[in-house]
Design a protein around this ligand. Sequence first.
Ligand code: AR6
Length: 171
Amino acid sequence: MTTTTLTLVRGSITDQSVDAIVNAANSSLLGGGGVDGAIHRGGGPEILAECRALRAARYGRGLPTGQAVATTAGRLDARWVIHTVGPVYQVSGSDPSLLASCYRESLRVADELGARTVAFPAISTGAYIWPMEDAARIAVETVRNTETAVTEVRFVLFDERAYAAFAGQLH
Ligand code: AR6
């Protein structure tokens, strides 16, 4: 059984040197703001070209929420970008298993690729407005409970509030 170390970094996901960088994408796979925008800007047009090809070949209706798929990382200092689609938070009730699925499926894809180090953003906590404390709990619990050959899962948190929420789950 592999021991997976969970680490925390404050900064931008696009500055990480890892095997795979996870993108908080949307179903279209064609880009957006936040993490998604930063990844496409930093990685260059090769990523979008592969995303378009994936849409044409396998995901005509888009990548479903909670699933994950890999492309090149283009010019980023990584071998792959793993795109996953988080759920949009709804006050009327949101399914935490879909957010957990993003982490689990991204790790499954990482294992398929042979990635050993993987950087995750705080999926769904920006444009998709999932409350940070709850998202951090789901992220850490899910990674801890997923059997994977990944040796380092690095959570990359953009601001102090996100960092503190994840730190609170780890210690
Ligand atoms: N590095 C690390 N974290 C970041 C970065 C960065 N460069 N930029 C923002 N964050 P979001 P979502 C934080 O909105 O909520 C896009 O338009 C941010 O502060 O990127 O899953 C997609 O195309 C927040 O805590 O992802 C989708 O349409 C967290 O990353 C939609 O947004 C996630 O924020 C996905 O929304």
